[in-house]
Design a protein around this ligand. Structure first.
Ligand SMILES: [Zn+2]
Ligand SMILES: [Zn+2]
Length: 251
């Protein structure tokens, strides 16, 4: 079944309106399309939905749900940031994501830019990338006890700029231990992990989130995996879905 539950629009940092996204998905033969606008984060409003925009987003997606009722199943969802104070009531589904690591009252962006990540590690974590990774994965595991989000977004987002291993050795024992502790907690809570091709579509990575090692770790333990494109551009709604490695794990 062709489906995607991770879709952004012009209400946050996407390129297309909900209407354009729905039309493109239908054209590409999707049977299910889930919208997942970025929840409003009060400490950084540069790429999330505004409070007012959130209401309009909801009503526009609900309109599309009716419009496409006999053609394609549309779901109203949200990509909730861990530190967002907005409620998640009324959504069909929630993706729980971590885009910042909170330390000493400061929200350090994880995936904003390579420069900002470098700055965070150097100044916030005294140049220790594994201390940063430990705090990042500890934040991700905070989704385990929350019952609003069934899906965990881009598990190892901290690797967005790590295609050449510039920030982390992904085999470093501290890195692996921190990630496994988080995966174990999320697996025990029955969370669904994404196989997220968003960074492949945008040219940052040659592999999805999480890494194939982690996908294997999750799959071996009976974890549920869902293919998603974290789409910010209608052109890339199914980006990487035909990739042989991705297909090996995607159900
Ligand atoms: Zn995200
Ligand atoms: Zn997203």
């Amino acid at each position: 079944m062709k489906r995607n539950f991770h879709t952004h629009t012009t209400f946050c940092d996407g390129k297309n309106t909900p209407e354009e996204m729905a039309a493109a998905a239908f054209e590409k033969g999707f049977e299910v399309l889930g919208f997942s606008g970025h929840s409003y984060t009060f400490f950084d409003d540069t790429w999330c939905m505004s409070r007012k925009g959130t209401q309009e987003y909801q009503s526009r997606v609900l309109e599309l749900k009716d419009k496409y009722a006999d053609k394609m199943k549309i779901h109203l969802g949200v990509e909730q940031d861990l530190y967002s104070a907005e409620g998640t009531y009324g959504y069909d589904f929630v993706i729980g994501s971590v885009h910042y690591v909170l330390k000493d009252g400061k929200y350090w962006p994880v995936d904003e830019s390579a420069e900002q990540l470098r700055h965070a590690i150097d100044t916030g974590w005294e140049g220790d990338p594994y201390a940063f990774a430990e705090d990042y994965f500890a934040a991700v595991s905070q989704w385990a006890p929350r019952d609003d989000a069934a899906i965990v977004g881009h598990f190892d987002l901290l690797c967005k700029f790590n295609e050449d291993g510039e920030f982390f050795d992904e085999n470093h024992p501290r890195y692996v231990a921190a990630a496994q502790t988080a995966m174990d907690a999320l697996l025990a809570a029955g969370k669904i992990f994404e196989i997220n091709t968003g960074a492949m579509a945008r040219g940052y990575l040659k592999r999805p989130y999480p890494s194939y090692d982690f996908i294997e770790y999750i799959a071996k333990r009976g974890g549920r995996l869902i293919l998603s494109s974290d789409c910010h551009d209608a052109e890339f709604l199914d980006y990487g879905f035909q990739d042989e490695n991705v297909k090996r794990f995607a159900k």
